[in-house]
Design a protein around this ligand. Sequence first.
Ligand SMILES: NC(=O)c1ccc[n+]([C@@H]2O[C@H](COP(=O)([O-])OP(=O)(O)OC[C@H]3O[C@@H](n4cnc5c(N)ncnc54)[C@H](O)[C@@H]3O)[C@@H](O)[C@H]2O)c1
Length: 258
Amino acid sequence: MSSRILEGKVGVVFGVANKRSIAWGIAKAWAAAGARLIFNFQGERLKENVEELVAEFGGDVPLYPCDVTKDEEISAFFGKVREHTSRIDLMLHSVAFAPKEALEGEFVNTTRQAYAMAHDVSAYSLVGLAREAAPLMTEGGSIVAMTYYGSEKVIPHYNVMGVAKASLEASARYLAYDLGGKKIRVNCISAGPMQTLAARGISGFGEMMKHYQDHAPLHRSCTMEELGAMGVFLASDGAASITGQVLYVDGGYQIMGM
Ligand SMILES: NC(=O)c1ccc[n+]([C@@H]2O[C@H](COP(=O)([O-])OP(=O)(O)OC[C@H]3O[C@@H](n4cnc5c(N)ncnc54)[C@H](O)[C@@H]3O)[C@@H](O)[C@H]2O)c1
């Protein structure tokens, strides 16, 4: 693969909170491959973090607020994007949330409110963002969303987030169908466990990591660089015929039955 495989492409990145964020890992890989990026941040609280990180790229990297539960913030964000570019090629969705109490204890106790919130932030947002991004993807595009295996098998404590990830993956398939005619591809990367801010909210996360070390064919989860490499591949023309898929970067854990 040429190292500047994304030269000339423009991307929007949702979900950088800090340097451990998966979004940051993939953004760095996209930038290293030549893509020009525009970032969101979730509220003023995270602005400084994202500002400091993108400063690494040098120059003026645009970043704008966007809480994905608010339609008006989504359209304002893309309004700002249009001030920088008339075309985008890539979009990364690396956003998820569920109230902490929903990620402890039993799934059966999930409240209506926690269920709705998890789905709004973690699944519907892909639809809302894709709808705004698609008209800007005038030469086709690649939309990449982050998911987890808890969507298809029960992972204790992952609870409502697993159900929301199932919805995210199904949404990616329906979006892939709708947007395929415009040469816009929509895929999910299913990452093995990574020590990030969001992961800290899941009770028993340490055990999950250990389980991968003991049971995955490669005896580990994955690295940020490996997620970045998959992100670059899916964004590149080499993946031009891949859409609606869930690609596993998880040390092979997903193939195991026992
Ligand atoms: N860490 C893991 O083990 C792991 C494994 C597989 C998939 N994932 C997925 O990767 C993605 C990124 O998570 P991460 O682990 O990098 O953690 P993270 O906490 O760094 O990223 C989560 C991001 O979601 C954003 N977010 C939450 N609510 C939002 C809202 N209302 N509006 C806008 N943004 C909002 C946060 O600001 C943050 O940037 C998530 O979809 C997560 O489910 C994580």
